[in-house]
Design a protein around this ligand. Structure first.
Ligand SMILES: Cc1cc2nc3c(=O)[nH]c(=O)nc-3n(C[C@H](O)[C@H](O)[C@H](O)COP(=O)(O)O)c2cc1C
Length: 408
C-alpha cells in the first residue's frame, strides 16, 4: 500500500513561509471556487458526497456540523480550529502546519464563507511556538493578498492543558477563563465562543477541505473506506523501526502502517501491544493487524481510530508499568471541575502504583473496575469517562504483567 498525500500534498514541495509558493501550487483557488457555489449546497455536498468526518478524534460528520451552525439565525458566528494537539502520541497536526499553514487557513475561510462567519481563531498548542509564528505570518499574508476578504484570522497560543483540547473547554479557555468543560447541549454550533454559533474542527479536518472543494466531493468520497472515505494521517511511534507521520487511504490496514511504513519492530522482537487512537485509548495485539484503518472497522474490534496516534510496544514492556504512566497523566491533567474525575484519577493512579509495589492485586483490581464503572458514567467530560480505559484494557489483555509484579 502506497502513501497517498492529499492533505499533505504540498509537504516538502513548497516553502511553508511563502504564500506565493502556495498560490503557485493552486492555493486559494478552492476558496474562489467555493464562493461561486451556494453556501448550503456546498455544505450538503461536503456532507453527502465527501462524507468527510472530523479527524480530531470523535469522527463527527463535518458537513452536519457546518449545517448546524449555518442553520442558526445569528449576526455573529465563529470558526475555530482545534490545534491544541495534546493527545499523547499525536503529532500530525503539527506536521500539517509546519509544512502547509495556508491549506488550514484556506479550509477555515471556506467554512467561514459557508456559515457566514466574520472571525476565525486557531487555538494552537502553547509549546508549538514555531507553528504559532508560521500561522501568524500565513494569516497576515492571506489578509495582505485579499484572500481573507474581511474575515479576521486570529492565532492564539493554548493554555498548556490536555483538557483544553476538548472543544467546550477550548472555547472557555479562548474566552480567557480557566480551562474547564461546559455542559453539552447546547453544542458549540448553537452556543459556542461568547455564546455565538461556532464551528470547531481539527487541523486535519480543515486542511482537507480545500482539496475536496478543488477536486470534488465525489472524488474524495471514492477514496478509501466507503463510510469513512479519504485519507487519514497517522502519528506512528514506539518500538517500530521507522516513526513519523504517514497519510494513508482509509482502506489501508494497520499492517500496512506498522509493517509497511514502520518496518515492524526491531529484529528478534515481537509486537506486544498497540495503543490505537491516543493515550486515552485501549490496546490491541498483533492479531488485529489486518484491521482496516477506518473508524467503523476499528470500532468493530473494540478499538478506536481516535486522533490517528498509533503507539507500538514490543515484548520488553511491562504493561502495568506502562499504564502507571497513563494514569499519572490523567491525574495530572484532570481539571478538577467534577469530583468523580478529580478524585477518581488520583485513586486510579494509586491503585496501579500499589499493584506495582506488591499490594493486594484482587483488592486493587476490584477498585479499578469500580472506578471504571463510576467514572465512565458520572464524569463530566470524556477525559474522566475514559481515564480508566488503558488500565482496564491492559488488565484484560496482559493480566500476567500485573501478577508478575505482585510476586516480584
Ligand atoms: C480530553 C480531550 C482532549 C481533546 N483534544 C483534542 C485535540 O487536541 N485536538 C482536537 O482536534 N480534538 C481534540 N479533542 C476532540 C474535540 O473535543 C473535538 O471533538 C474536535 O476538535 C472536533 O473536531 P473534528 O470534528 O474536526 O474532529 C479532545 C477531546 C477530549 C475529550
Amino acid at each position: 500500500m502506497k502513501e497517498v498525500r492529499i492533505t499533505l500534498r504540498n509537504a516538502g514541495k513548497i516553502n511553508p513561509e511563502s504564500i506565493e509558493d502556495y498560490i503557485k501550487a493552486g492555493g486559494y483557488e478552492a476558496l474562489k471556487k467555493a464562493k461561486t457555489i451556494d453556501r448550503k449546497a456546498l455544505i450538503d455536498d461536503i456532507e453527502g458526497a465527501s462524507k468527510l468526518r472530523g479527524r480530531g478524534g470523535a469522527g463527527f460528520k463535518t458537513g452536519l456540523k457546518w449545517s448546524g451552525a449555518y442553520g442558526v439565525d445569528s449576526d455573529v458566528k465563529y470558526v475555530v480550529c482545534n490545534a491544541d494537539e495534546g493527545e499523547p502520541g499525536t503529532f500530525k497536526d503539527r506536521t500539517i502546519i509546519e509544512n502547509d499553514p495556508h491549506t488550514l487557513i484556506e479550509g477555515m475561510l471556506i467554512c467561514a464563507y459557508c456559515i457566514q462567519a466574520k472571525e476565525c481563531f486557531i487555538y494552537v498548542r502553547g509549546e508549538y511556538t514555531h507553528c504559532i509564528e508560521l500561522l501568524r505570518k500565513a494569516a497576515a499574508d492571506a489578509e495582505d493578498k485579499g484572500f481573507t476578504d474581511g474575515v479576521k484570522v486570529n492565532v492564539v497560543g493554548g493554555a498548556g492543558s490536555y483538557v483544553c483540547g476538548e472543544e467546550t473547554t477550548l472555547l472557555t479557555s479562548l474566552e480567557g477563563y480557566r480551562g474547564e468543560p461546559r455542559l453539552k447541549p447546547p453544542f458549540p454550533t448553537v452556543a459556542g465562543y461568547l455564546g455565538k454559533p461556532t464551528v470547531v474542527n481539527n487541523v486535519e479536518t480543515f486542511a482537507t477541505v480545500p482539496v475536496i472543494v478543488d477536486k470534488g466531493s465525489d472524488w474524495f468520497g471514492s477514496i478509501g473506506a466507503p463510510e469513512y472515505p479519504g485519507t487519514k494521517l497517522f502519528s506512528l511511534s514506539g518500538d517500530v523501526k521507522n516513526k513519523g507521520v504517514v497519510e494513508l487511504p482509509t482502506d489501508a490496514t494497520l499492517r500496512d502502517l506498522v509493517e509497511g511504513f514502520g518496518g515492524g519492530v526491531r529484529e528478534g522482537h515481537k509486537i506486544k501491544a498497540i495503543q490505537m487512537g491516543g493515550g486515552s485509548c485501549g490496546f490491541i495485539t498483533e492479531k488485529e493487524l489486518d484491521t482496516p484503518l477506518d473508524f467503523e472497522s476499528m470500532r468493530a474490534i473494540g478499538a478506536s481510530l481516535g486522533s490517528g496516534a498509533v503507539l507500538v510496544l514490543d515484548e520488553t514492556h511491562n504493561m502495568a508499568e506502562f499504564v502507571k504512566g497513563t494514569s499519572h497523566f490523567f491525574a495530572h491533567e484532570s481539571c478538577g471541575k467534577c469530583s468523580p474525575c478529580r478524585e477518581g484519577t488520583s485513586r486510579l493512579e494509586e491503585a496501579v502504583e500499589d499493584i506495582l509495589n506488591g499490594g493486594d492485586l484482587n483488592k486493587n483490581v476490584a477498585l479499578i473496575n469500580k472506578l471504571n464503572d463510576v467514572m465512565s458514567m458520572s464524569c463530566f467530560c470524556p477525559l474522566g469517562q475514559g481515564a480508566c480505559t488503558p488500565v482496564v484494557s491492559a488488565l484484560k489483555l496482559f493480566p500476567e504483567d500485573f501478577k508478575a509484579k505482585k510476586e516480584a
